[in-house]
Design a protein around this ligand. Structure first.
Ligand SMILES: Nc1ncnc2c1ncn2[C@@H]1O[C@H](COP(=O)(O)OP(=O)(O)OP(=O)(O)O)[C@@H](O)[C@H]1O
Length: 769
């Protein structure tokens, strides 16, 4: 327990000129004592004296030993604490500043405050000290002695040279007079001073009185003679207090002296007892404090032990968790390695499969090529065979070119790009018609309804019959797909007569062309009816009259009823208007459902009426009849056809009406009557003026012209680029070292050529006309 003194302020302290004021940390509590000093010692320097009990850092840290705490930390803590104290003391300085008093401060560090003050008095040789006698709240008129234990201790223990004023609530309560000759007095212990009568003699003008301020005690007050500037009062001892009495009659009256001695002894005894009691009490408090500290430490220890147990458990739990995670991680790593292995395997497999796929595709391509070649060979072989057969039966001449191709559903599917709607060119009552490319030919594929009662053989036989019927005015049936029950026809580019009559593309048909169309239909019907067996068309109407690029008419769907099974004959998929459809049908057909050459005549008559008038079929028969009766057919004639010679038009109208006779027997004969009427008309159409107009109309179709020779082809052949060339021209191209397409300039896959029979035939027909 050392004494550390710190002074702060200006210069060296002159203890003779300085009033020390003992203050506590709370400014409020010591403020009035300080004011009292400032008021009473005007012009004197004031030094604030403060003792503080430093915190026991080791005790604060409970279980930690001194070694555990770093010296630096302790010092830092103490420094901080000291600094705080200084800051607290600084709070007094503005008060003194206001009073115009110079101030310094001394900070003493000690466990016991009163002892600290006493030590400071000794250390700095303090001559003048002001301190509190009691807390301000205890102040009253009766308060005449010291109440604070610290004050009492200082009063008793401070070196005698120090003069001390004890104030309370701004009033001086008690003064301990200091002895100027301090060297002399300091050698005498305070107690001895009290005990010795000589001690009392040394104080002639001042009498010490220790007042323990019990209730009811009375104090006498005398003027302080020690300090001139002071209006202090000196408290003179009372009955129950320890008193130093100045009694001039003491020496003379022995009895009284004895009594005084006795009193003194009593007082000393009381002080001793009080001190013993005080020590005992302090020991008791200390013991209690230690006990409390012990209990606190024990509970802290318990708390820490619990915390330790909990921490241990937590660590254990974390460790278990960690172990589990590590196990899982291991498993995941194992799985990852396995999956990576599998992935590598799969990638190998994918690569292998890709290679296999590529070779399969290559194989497929070569198979397809082989198949195409084989199909061609097969076709050739069949043709050869049939030709040989026909040769044997003497029908060889009419045979060439009537072989029919068979396609798989896959081919039909590919040709129509999965029956893409953009490939659909029309819908009939039996199904849809798609455009497509098969064997390098542009074709129209008619999808028929299901077989129904018809067997595959029956279907194939009927198709065989139809495919053999070939005429320039009939759409050629080039193939079939029994799998999908579809018929593959040559594609006719210029739409149907129905479209033309509706002028859907604003190019009306001239009367010459209409006359020729009538003639073409007549020719086709003569051919069909003269076929063995007789093959009536069965569904003649403008939508079945197709026109090629040269407006040559080609009847489609002839004899289709032969491949439609009975169960499906009435099936209507997309029939526009049944009334309109039946308007072309002969009354007996509507009654019996039997297709005859006469029923074709009726339909022909209706088509003829429409060619003349361009009117819708409904009501046209009645209108023309009426017009002829009234002689104003010219009004009814289609003006967009040009100046139709009226006589010719009338002749055609009468012919049409005869064809539409209800009684089939009254209808004219196709060859002897109808063709006889139409033929001269055709000739007149070929008059120079007409033929010029028609020729204008009949320019050479561009697809008849070889792209290399730029002439109409004689022997058209299809190359690998899909274009048709004159055989000699394309062969010459290859011979000259080319392996590219003359049209696209791209490399050709092969140099094989395929005869384009359909085009060849079309060119022949065109030439004949
Ligand atoms: N070979 C072909 N070339 C070009 N277009 C064709 C060919 N065949 C048919 N078409 C087109 O397909 C359309 C539908 O023909 P489809 O024969 O199925 O029905 P439709 O003639 O309208 O009447 P129906 O219901 O009586 O059969 C025709 O109008 C025609 O435009």
């Amino acid at each position: 327990m050392g004494t550390v003194g710190e002074t702060e302020g200006e210069g060296v302290l002159d203890v003779e000129e300085t009033i020390f004021v003992a203050v506590e940390k709370n400014v409020k509590k010591s403020k009035k004592t300080l004011f009292w000093a400032a008021e009473n010692f005007v012009g004197q320097k004031i030094c604030l004296l403060h003792v503080y009990q430093p915190t026991d850092v080791l005790a604060l840290n409970g279980n930690f030993s001194h070694q555990d705490l770093k010296q630096n930390a302790i010092e830092a803590f103490q420094k901080l604490e000291r600094q705080k104290r200084h800051e607290l003391l600084d709070d007094y300085l503005p008060l003194l500043d206001q009073a115009g008093v110079q101030a310094v401060k001394i900070l003493i560090e000690m466990d016991n405050i009163e002892r600290g003050i006493v030590e400071a008095i000794a250390q700095y040789n303090i001559r003048w000290l002001v301190m509190g006698a009691a807390a301000d709240k205890y102040h009253s008129m009766e308060l005449t002695g010291l109440k604070s234990k610290k004050a009492i201790f200082v009063c008793q223990e401070a070196q005698i040279s120090c003069h001390i004023w004890f104030a309370c609530n701004g009033y001086l309560i008690y003064t301990r007079v200091g002895r100027k000759d301090r060297y002399e007095m300091e050698t005498v212990p305070r107690k001895q001073l009290l005990d010795s009568p000589a001690g009392t003699e040394q104080y002639e003008s001042a009498v010490y009185s220790l007042s323990f301020l019990d209730a009811g005690e009375v104090a006498e007050v005398s003027q302080c003679s020690e300090h001139p500037s002071c209006s202090n009062n000196i408290v003179v001892g009372t009955s129950s207090s320890i008193s130093f009495l100045r009694d001039e009659e003491e020496d003379s009256q022995g009895q009284e002296s004895n009594e005084a001695d006795q009193k003194l002894e009593l007082a000393i005894g009381a002080v001793k007892r009080w001190k013993e009691e005080d020590v005992a009490l302090e020991a008791k408090y200390k013991a209690r404090a230690l006990e409390t500290l012990h209990v606190k430490e024990m509970s802290q220890r318990k708390l820490l032990e619990d915390l330790l147990v909990r921490d241990k458990q937590e660590v254990l739990r974390t460790k278990n968790q960690y172990d589990r995670f590590m196990e899982e991680l291991q498993m995941v790593n194992d799985k990852k390695a396995a999956l990576e292995g599998r992935l590598a395997e799969s990638q190998c497999m994918v690569k292998e499969l890709e290679e296999k796929m590529i070779s399969a595709v290559n194989l497929l391509i070569s198979f397809k090529k082989q198949r195409d070649e084989m199909r061609v060979q097969h076709g050739d072989a069949r043709r050869e065979l049939n030709y040989s057969r026909k040769l044997a039966s003497g029908e060889a001449e009419s045979f060439y070119g009537t072989e029919i191709l068979e396609f798989s559903f896959m081919e039909i599917n590919n040709a129509t790009q999965d029956f893409d709607p953009s490939f659909r060119i029309g819908d009939g009552k039996y199904g849809s018609v798609y455009k497509g490319l098969l064997c390098h030919l542009q074709v129209a594929i008619k999808m028929l309804p299901s077989y129904g009662s018809q067997s595959l053989i029956e279907f194939q036989n009927e198709v065989e019959v139809l495919s053999r019927v070939r005429h320039p005015n009939l759409v050629t049936l080039v193939g079939t797909c029994p799998e999908s029950r579809s018929l593959v026809y040559e594609y006719v580019r210029n739409g149907s007569l129905e479209d033309r009559l509706l002028c859907s593309d604003n190019t009306p048909l001239l009367w010459e062309t209409r006359t020729r169309i009538a003639y073409d239909i007549c020719s086709a019907l003569i051919f069909l009816h003269s076929n063995k067996p007789c093959l009536p068309h069965g569904n003649l109407k403008p939508s079945k009259v197709l026109l090629d690029t040269n407006f040559v008419c080609k009847l489609s769907d002839f004899g289709i009823y032969r491949v439609i099974s009975e169960g499906n004959s009435g099936t209507s998929f997309n029939e526009a208007d049944p009334m309109v459809a039946s308007a072309y049908m002969a009354p007996e057909y509507l009654r019996t459902g039997e297709v005859t050459p006469e029923s074709d005549l009726y339909s022909f008559g209706m088509v003829l009426l429409q060619l003349l008038t361009g009117r819708p079929v409904m009501g046209v028969l009645k209108d023309v009849k009426c017009a002829l009766e009234n002689g104003h057919l010219n009004i009814l004639l289609d003006a967009s056809a040009g100046d139709w010679p009226l006589a010719q038009a009338q002749q055609l109208a009468y012919l049409a009406l005869r064809c539409c006779e209800k009684n089939p027997l009254h209808r004219p004969d196709l060859v002897s009557e109808i063709r006889t009427v139409l033929e001269p008309m055709m000739d007149s159409c070929l008059s120079p003026a007409s033929s010029l107009r028609v020729k204008k109309h009949r320019r050479v179709p561009s697809h008849f012209v070889c792209p290399i020779f730029q002439e109409v082809m004689k022997d058209p052949h299809i190359a690998a680029d899909g274009f048709t060339y004159e055989a000699d021209a394309i062969r010459g191209w290859f011979k000259s070292g080319h392996d590219t397409s003359p049209m696209t300039n791209l490399k050709l896959q092969h140099c094989n050529l395929l005869p384009n029979h359909a085009l060849h035939q079309a060119i022949q027909e065109w030439r004949q006309k």
